[in-house]
Ligand binder design. Structure first.
Ligand code: DHE
Length: 660
C-alpha cells in the first residue's frame, strides 16, 4: 500500500472537555434537528457586542445595515475582512461598497477599530453562520459503504495514532459515538454524537489549544474530508482484522541473501557518518553522507516511515512504516541497498535490533499499534520468527481489561539479551528476553498509562545505558526503567503537560550534573531531570530545572556529548512564525537563542558523528538545513524534489550508540 499524503502528527490532544467547551457547550437534541455550537466563539462575542446593533443574522433587513446571513456567499473573505477593518477607503473606490451605501440610506459603516485577529474571528464566525444556516444542523445521515471505507483510511492516516484504532482514546480523547471513557471505563453518554457533525467539524478544522492539529486550516484535510470524518466518528468503529505469522511470512521478501552481500565494508568506514532521512509523504528514506552532504540513495520503504534504527554494528538501517512495513538497508555497499523487506501488522511505530553481547545484529523486534502485538524477526534477513499478542495486558493500576493496548517505544539493552517494550494504554513495561526468540519470556513491570517515546540517560564515564526514561505523555510524567535492577522507579516523575522527548537530550548541567531533557507539546518549557544518582544523588530522578521557551508545541530536543548546545523545535506552535524556529539553549550560560530556520514548520534534529553540525528538517519547503553547531550559522540547505516532508534523521553512529 503506497500512500503519499502526510500528517504533521496526529497529535490529537483535544480532551472531551475541550470538545464540549471550546465550541460552546453540548448540542441540545431537538426532535432530530439540533442546535449547533458556535466554533468561532471569539468572533461571536465581537459580533454580539459590536455588530448586532446594525445587523441581523437571518431575520431580514430590519436594521440600518444588511442582514449578514449569506454575506460570505455574496462576497469573498478578503473583501469582507478589508471592509470590516476600514470601510472608508472602500466607500471611495469600491463599486460594491458604494452600492451598499446607497442601498442602506447613505448610512456609512463605521470603522470598529478591530485588529487583524479580531477581524479574522468575526469573518470566521460569519463563515460558520453561513455554513450551518445560522447554527441549524441537519439530521445525522450515516455514511454509505464507499464513504465509510474512505473515511476508515483517513482515520487510520490522521487520527488512530492518538485516538486509537478502537477509538477508546490515548493521547487524545475517546471518539465513541454514544459513550466516553473515564479511567479505562466506558460511561454512557457524552460521545461524539453529543458533539454533533458541526461541532466535530469545527474541532477538525480549527484544532484545539491542547494539541489537536487544525487539519483544515493546515490544508491537510479538505472541507469534504472533514465532513466525512465528523460523520465517521459518530458511527461504530469497524473491527480490526488479525495479522497472523502466516501473512507475515507470505509478505516477507529476502531481496539479497546474506551470503550474496558484501563480505566487508566497501565504503572505507564512511558509512559510520551516514544519515538516514525519512521522506515521510513520499514513503521513502534518503541516505546522505554527513561529511560530503551528498545524497547516496533514495530507497522505497513503507508508508510514512516513522523511525529508523541502526543495528549494533552500524551496518544496517531498519525502517518501520506506519503501515507495518519493515525495510532492511545494507550500508556496506558502495551505494546503500535494500536487502530485505516484510510486514508484520497494519500499523506500527517502533523497531529495534538485538544489542546484547553475543547477539549483535542477530534479531529485530517490531512493535505494532494494530493489531496489539510484537514480532521478532531475524536481524539480517527479516524472516519472521514469532509473534506475541499483548492484547491480554490489563490496566496496570486497576487490573481492568482494555480494548486496545499498543506497543509504543522499544529499546534494546546492551547488557543483557532483552528489549524494553513500552505498552501504551495499559502502562506496563515488558522486558522481552530474546534468548529463545520463538517463545520470548516477558518480565512485566508496572509503570504508568500512555507510555510513548523516550531515551537512555547518559552519565559521561559511568555505567551508561542503564536507565531508560519514557514519557507517560497523557499523564504528564516520565517513568524511569532501571534495566540492571529490572524495575521501574516509583513514582514516575511529574513534568509539564504532554512530555514529548523523542529520545530526549543528555548533557552535563553546570549546577545539577548530568541531566536528561524533555520538551513538551502543551507546556512552554523544557524539563531537566537529574540522572546521576551516584555523582549527584540530591538531584537524581527529579525535575531540577524548567527552561522557559517561547511557546508550547515542541516535539524534539537534541544534544551531543561534544556540544555545548541543546536544540529544540516548536512545530506545533500557533504563534506567528514560531513553528519555523529552532531554539538553541547554551548549556554554559543558560541563554536561549532563536533561529528562524524556515518560514514553515521545522522539526527534529540530528548531529553528525563529530557533534559539530546539526541537521534540521523543514516541512512544506521540503528542505534539510545543516547548521554549524558552534556558530549557529547555516552551512547548507539541501533541497530536492524528493519530499515535502523530510522528518526524522538518524546518523548511523549516533543512533547505533544511542548518542543524543
Ligand atoms: Fe512519532 C518516535 C508514536 C506522531 C515523528 N513516535 C515515536 C515513537 C512512538 C511514536 C511510539 C517512539 C518509537 C521508538 O523509539 O521506538 N508518533 C507516534 C504517534 O502515535 C503519533 C502521536 C501519532 C501517529 O499517528 O503517528 C506520532 N511522530 C508523530 C508525528 O506527527 C511526527 C512528527 C511525524 C510523523 O512521522 O508522523 C512523528 N516520532 C517521530 C519521530 C520519532 C518518533 C521523528 C523518532 C524520534 C527519535 O529521534 O528517535
Amino acid at each position: 500500500m503506497k500512500k503519499t499524503r502526510f500528517v504533521f502528527g496526529s497529535l490529537l490532544l483535544a480532551l472531551t472537555s475541550i470538545m464540549l467547551n471550546a465550541c460552546g457547550g453540548p448540542i441540545n437534541a431537538n426532535s432530530g434537528k439540533t442546535q449547533a455550537k458556535v466554533p468561532a466563539s471569539a468572533g461571536k462575542q465581537i459580533f454580539d457586542s459590536q455588530c448586532i446593533a446594525c445587523h441581523n443574522l437571518g431575520t431580514g433587513d430590519k436594521q440600518s445595515g444588511p442582514d449578514l446571513m449569506g454575506s460570505t456567499k455574496r462576497q469573498k473573505r478578503e473583501w469582507i475582512s478589508a471592509w470590516i477593518k476600514n470601510p472608508a477607503p472602500m466607500l471611495e473606490s469600491d463599486a460594491y461598497a458604494k452600492a451598499l451605501l446607497k442601498k442602506y440610506n447613505n448610512i456609512p459603516m463605521p470603522a470598529l477599530g478591530l485588529d487583524d485577529q479580531q477581524v479574522k474571528d468575526v469573518v470566521d464566525y460569519l463563515v460558520w453562520v453561513d455554513e450551518t444556516n445560522g447554527g441549524k444542523i441537519a439530521e445525522f445521515v450515516p455514511l454509505t459503504d464507499a464513504e465509510f471505507a474512505k473515511a476508515k483510511d483517513v482515520y487510520f492516516d490522521r487520527c488512530s495514532g492518538c485516538h486509537g484504532a478502537k477509538r477508546w482514546g490515548a493521547t487524545g480523547p475517546s471518539l465513541l459515538p454514544n459513550s466516553h471513557i473515564v479511567k479505562a471505563k466506558e460511561i454512557p453518554g457524552g460521545g461524539t454524537k453529543t458533539t454533533g457533525t458541526e461541532g466535530l467539524e469545527a474541532i477538525l478544522w480549527n484544532g484545539t489549544a491542547l494539541g489537536m492539529p487544525p487539519w483544515g486550516k493546515m490544508g491537510i484535510l479538505s472541507k469534504s474530508e472533514i465532513n466525512l470524518m465528523a460523520k465517521y466518528i459518530q458511527m461504530t468503529p469497524p473491527e480490526v482484522p488479525k495479522f497472523p505469522i502466516e501473512q507475515m511470512k507470505s509478505e516477507w521478501k529476502l531481496t539479497v541473501p546474506v551470503e550474496k552481500r558484501p563480505s566487508k565494508d566497501q565504503t572505507n568506514g564512511r558509512y559510520k557518518d551516514y544519515v538516514g532521512i525519512i521522506l515521510r509523504d513520499a514513503g521513502k528514506v534518503a541516505i546522505f553522507d554527513a561529511k560530503s552532504k551528498k545524497k547516496l540513495a533514495i530507497i522505497d520503504t513503507g508508508f510514512a516511515v516513522h523511525i529508523l534504527r541502526v543495528s549494533h554494528s552500524g551496518r544496517y538501517f531498519y525502517s518501520i512504516g506506519r503501515d507495518g512495513k519493515v525495510t532492511l538497508i545494507d550500508l556496506w555497499y558502495k551505494t546503500p541497498k535494500m536487502v530485505a523487506e516484510g510486514r508484520t501488522c497494519w500499523d506500527a511505530r517502533s523497531i529495534d535490533s538485538s544489542k546484547a553481547p553475543g547477539y549483535e545484529d542477530k534479531y529485530a523486534i517490531i512493535g505494532c499499534y494494530t493489531p496489539n502485538q510484537y514480532t521478532i524477526m531475524d536481524g539480517e534477513t527479516l524472516e519472521p520468527i514469532s509473534v506475541t499478542s499483548i492484547a491480554d495486558s490489563k490496566d496496570y493500576a486497576t487490573g481492568n481489561p482494555l480494548p486496545e493496548i499498543r506497543v509504543a517505544s522499544i529499546v534494546a539493552s546492551d547488557k543483557e539479551p532483552f528489549w524494553v517494550v513500552n505498552l501504551k494504554e495499559s502502562g506496563w513495561v515488558y522486558l522481552v528476553d530474546y534468548t529463545n526468540p520463538k517463545a520470548p519470556k516477558e518480565t512485566r513491570l508496572k509503570a504508568e498509562n500512555f507510555l510513548h517515546d523516550g531515551g537512555w540517560a547518559r552519565v559521561p564515564g559511568k555505567d551508561e545505558l542503564r536507565y531508560f526514561l519514557v514519557a507517560a505523555n497523557a499523564k504528564n510524567q516520565v517513568c524511569v526503567v532501571d534495566v540492571v535492577k529490572k524495575t521501574v522507579m516509583q513514582p514516575c516523575i511529574p513534568t509539564g503537560q504532554v512530555p514529548h522527548p523523542g529520545r530526549g537530550a543528555n548533557f552535563v548541567h553546570p549546577k545539577y550534573g548530568s541531566v536528561w531533557a524533555t520538551t513538551h507539546i502543551s507546556s512552554d518549557f523544557i524539563s531537566l531531570i537529574g540522572v546521576d544518582p551516584e555523582g549527584h544523588p540530591e538531584h537524581a530522578w527529579k525535575v531540577v530545572d524548567s527552561i522557559k521557551t517561547k511557546s508550547p508545541g515542541s516535539l524534539f530536543v537534541k544534544s551531543h556529548p561534544k556540544s555545548n548546545n541543546v536544540w529544540f523545535d516548536m512545530p506545533l506552535s500557533s504563534k506567528e512564525g514560531v513553528s519555523g524556529q529552532a531554539g538553541v539553549y547554551d548549556i554554559s550560560t543558560g541563554k536561549i537563542e532563536y533561529i528562524q530556520v524556515s518560514p514553515e514548520q521545522i522539526t527534529h534534529f540530528e548531529y553528525n558523528v563529530d557533534g559539530t553540525e546539526v541537521w534540521i528538517s523543514g516541512w512544506k519547503e521540503g528542505a534539510i538545513y545543516v547548521y554549524d553547531d558552534k556558530s549557529r550559522k547555516l552551512i547548507k540547505k539541501i533541497k530536492g524534489s524528493w519530499s515535502r516532508t523530510p522528518t526524522g534523521k538518524f546518523n548511523v553512529t549516533n543512533t547505533a550508540k544511542d548518542i543524543y
